[in-house]
Design a protein around this ligand. Sequence first.
Ligand SMILES: Nc1ncnc2c1ncn2[C@@H]1O[C@H](COP(=O)(O)OP(=O)(O)OP(=O)(O)O)[C@@H](O)[C@H]1O
Ligand SMILES: [Mg+2]
Length: 278
Amino acid sequence: MERVFVFVNQKGGVGKTTSAVNLGAYLAETGKSVLLVDFDSQANLSSGVGLANVKPGAYELISGQAALEEVIRKTQVPNLDVIPSHIDLSGAAIELVDQEKRDFFLKQALEPARNRYDYILIDCPPSLGVLTLNGLAAADSVLIPMQCEYFAMEGLSLLLRTIKRIQKNLNPRLKIGGIFFTMYDQRTRLAQDVVKEVSAYFKDTVFTTIIPRNVRISEAPSYGLPISRYDPESSGARAYKSLTDEMLRRIDDGDAAEYSAGETGPQENSAEGIFVHG
Ligand SMILES: Nc1ncnc2c1ncn2[C@@H]1O[C@H](COP(=O)(O)OP(=O)(O)OP(=O)(O)O)[C@@H](O)[C@H]1O
Ligand SMILES: [Mg+2]
């Protein structure tokens, strides 16, 4: 069963961090123990749960300067812990590059946490660099948030090729847990078209839950709270609850997405092929 999930999209600002925080919080609300790992030097996840500028964190953990127990913090949500990050983590990207086994530091560091938590959710930076590769090597399943815009498609084929390479070289058990849409604005025709086309192509890999654009979601981090605590009745909260339920059903069903990057993945330059403009 998948327990370690990584949120990846090399495109910036698509909702990786927001989704990690809010899915994590709803998993914790169901009584599961959850560890969030902020693996981005922007440290947005850390501040989103009220832990800005906290050390030691992910950098100290992977560089061997701090033990796992020292870097795990509690959040305001019961059952929801976090390994925070800090701008220092940007240095790790450079330090790791020359190291043998550079892609496995996070996996090794989290090994003892696997048995202590029901779920571990890793947030990655907007790149396919060494930090994201560490995230993908450590995970059982990759979750891909996508914004409903044309350019989002262009990065998807590169991302899927990268995942295929990871499955071959670094982490054969990595599954594609799913693609889901964020910041959906139902008033725009383009958003509707993107959802339709991507869903037609990637079929069951796409979650049926769509996260709407909702101002309450963007306000919540400034209070250091997930949406489940900031405004549980908002449309954004209901959507993240539903996404969490859908994810749990998928895990229970053992229903790993049928799409495999290795088989029918889009070919080079195929973004246009997948998304046919209406
Ligand atoms: N559903 C939503 N409705 C409105 N605003 C949202 C929604 N989801 C995310 N946002 C806002 O959009 C911005 C980008 O979201 P987020 O930080 O989660 O993206 P990201 O992919 O983690 O970005 P980065 O690539 O920089 O790490 C944030 O300001 C966030 O509050
Ligand atoms: Mg982020």
